[in-house]
Each structure stands twice: as structure tokens, then as C-alpha cells.
Design a protein around this ligand. Sequence first.
Ligand SMILES: Cc1cc2nc3c(=O)[nH]c(=O)nc-3n(C[C@H](O)[C@H](O)[C@H](O)COP(=O)(O)OP(=O)(O)OC[C@H]3O[C@@H](n4cnc5c(N)ncnc54)[C@H](O)[C@@H]3O)c2cc1C
Length: 373
Amino acid sequence: VSASPQSEAEVAALVAAIVDPAATTIDRDGRIPRELIDQLAACGWFGWNVSPAYAGSGHDDNALGRRHALVGSACSAVRAVLTAHAMVCAAIERWGRDDQRVTWLPALARGHALGAFALTEPEHGSDASAIATSFNKDKDGDGYRISGRKCWITGGTVATVFVVFGRVGDSHAAALVPADSVGLSIRPSAQLHGFRGAMVADIDLDDVAVASAMMLGRPTATLSFVVAHALELGRLLVAWGAVGMIRTLLSLTLSHAATRRQFNARLLDHQLVQRRIADMTAGLRAATLLCESASRMRSAADPAGALEGVVAKYTATRAAREAAQSTVQILGASGLREGVAERFLRDSAVLELIEGSTEISQIIIARSAALAL
Ligand SMILES: Cc1cc2nc3c(=O)[nH]c(=O)nc-3n(C[C@H](O)[C@H](O)[C@H](O)COP(=O)(O)OP(=O)(O)OC[C@H]3O[C@@H](n4cnc5c(N)ncnc54)[C@H](O)[C@@H]3O)c2cc1C
């Protein structure tokens, strides 16, 4: 990590200089160039949420989120890889043992190691409690043997270490599993509609040995603590990414609508176009305020922060999807050409599925409203 962490303005400048110009190619090629990852690592981006004690910059949730919004305003793939990595760092820092922190966090913070979060399985997506990957006591060693399949794992094709979740009898467990473990195989997931450059992978674990020193958190508390802690952060950062996306979409829409003329008037002067712009503007404002509020509450360990994060994610990702649809509509045929509008239209569909889909968010929000009666 550089001597002093980059300021938000420096991050914004780097996004404009090297992330934004690479975004279309990243989407087309389905990968982030290694040189770009190395450049971002050298600037400390992979250690944004790691404590300075472990070579990170220790940003609070608001500062971290604002940085994810900046990256998300240019490239969802880079933002997604940073988010998954941040979730792994958070899980280790909060629930790892001292030796795991010392071994993994400095390497992760410097981007010398990349983390990926392996929860989803082919048969178990939204219902994470049903995951079937098995952790069996190793008869020959002191740890476990893991067998199962994981899918759609962001950053999976380039990860150095996975946090793998599974089942020990009736309970759940998590372990740090290096990507080069014997019995672990990685292949790129099928070509995706959105997030094409996020290097998403399917992982097979065939009797992979993990020492007990690699187990993360206590088995009985895996779902409610390790998974919940990481997903809360992931959800918040996805919401911030959506804020960044809406900012870009709004500015693209405004500049087009201010110059394109149809029926002897600028598009901006047609009231039906104004309605879409009003919705985008209001959506951006609501999403930003909710993200700020959820970030403050999470940093303050406010117990109501988790729900605020769900509301922020629900609001921001729906607003991003609607904004992308509006931008493409207002840009007309030119909005469907390869470029940021059509890319964000595809990426915003993914935002509504990951880290708790729109429907799962609705269920959580409605249940909590009912409980408050
Ligand atoms: C690009 C991308 C990156 C991803 N990265 C990761 C990653 O890094 N790590 C990881 O572990 N996973 C990752 N995922 C997986 C993602 O978390 C899952 O796709 C998500 O949890 C939804 O699971 P599913 O796709 O199996 O859909 P399902 O759970 O099968 O749901 C299908 C549909 O049914 C709806 N649904 C489900 N239950 C209910 C209900 N009770 N009531 C109403 N509707 C319901 C859902 O909202 C959804 O619309 C990624 C996915 C994508 C596409």
C-alpha cells in the first residue's frame, strides 16, 4: 500500500484515467487485464476496508462505499471484484483467528492475494441455509475434507483464496481454501448477460483437505455471523455501486437530451422525457441518502443498520435498473450500440439478483414492517 491512502479525489482521477477507458474492453473480453489489477493494487484499492495494522487503509463504510460508487460509475466488473474481495477481508478481520489475520490480511490488502466469496451452489442460491457442500472430519488430519460445487463466484478465475461455505452435519461451516488446493478446480461460468468482466467462476471441490487452522469462525455461528457480516457489507457496496451507475446514466441522458432535437424541440423539453429524468434524479437522491444512512449505521454497529442496508440495496438497485432503461430509451437506437448505456442495462439486471435479490429484499422489508406493528 502506498505511504498514504489515496483520497477520494485521487480515486476519482484514477477511475477516469484507467478504469473508465478500459471498461468496454473488460466487458467485451470477459476479464480485467492483470496490469490493471496490479495498478489498482499498487494504489491500495484492495485494502480499502482492511485496518492499517494489516497494511490496509481502514476506511469506514461511508468512505468505502463512496469509493465503490466511483468505481461503479465506470465499470461494474471492477467494482464487483473489489466488493467480493472486501467481503473476504471483512470476514477474516472480523471472524478470523489472529494467525489467519496476520497471514492473509496484509497480502489481501496489498492485492498480492485476491479473495473470492464462495456461497452459492447450483441448487442453492437465495436460500443459503440449504447449501449442501459437505465438510467431513478428516480421518487422517486435524481438519476437514470439503466436497461440493459452487457457482457464479465473482473473481473466481483469478482468486488466490476462497472463503468456502458448507455444512457440518446440521450446522454450517466456513473455511479459507487456497485456490491451488489439491482437489479444487475452477472454470469460468457460462457467458453472462451482465458483469461479463467480473471473472465469475464455477468451482468444484473434490475431497479438498483443509487444516483446522483454516476454519473461519465457529461452526455453529457461521450463517448468522460470518455470512451475515460479509453479505451486509456486500449488499451495501452493491448499493453504492448502483449509485455510481445512476450518476453516470443521468449525466449521459442529460447531455444527450440537451442536444438531440426531435419535433423542433430538444428531447429535454418534451415532458415525457422530463418525467424519466425526474425519476432518475429522485432515484439517485434517495439511493445516495439511504446508502449514507446505512453506512453510518453499520459503522456505528447500530443493530438497525442491517435492515437499512437491505432498504438501500433494494432502492438503489431498482433505481439503477430503471435509470438504465430510461437512458437507453432516451438515447434511442444509439443507446443500444455497444457502450455504457447498454452495458449498464445488462449490469443492472445482475444488481437486482445478487447479495439478496429484489424479491428477498421485499420479503425482509415487509416482515420487518409487520414486526413493527
Ligand atoms: C454476476 C454474478 C456474480 C455473482 N457472484 C457471486 C459470488 O461472488 N459469490 C456467491 O456465492 N454467489 C454469487 N452469485 C450468485 C448470486 O448470489 C445468486 O445468483 C443469488 O443468490 C440468487 O440465487 P439464484 O441465482 O440461484 O436464484 P434463485 O435463488 O433460484 O432465485 C430465482 C428467482 O426466484 C426468486 N425467489 C427466490 N426465493 C423467493 C421467495 N421466497 N419469494 C419470492 N421470490 C423468490 C429470486 O428473487 C429470483 O428472482 C453471483 C451471481 C451473478 C449473476
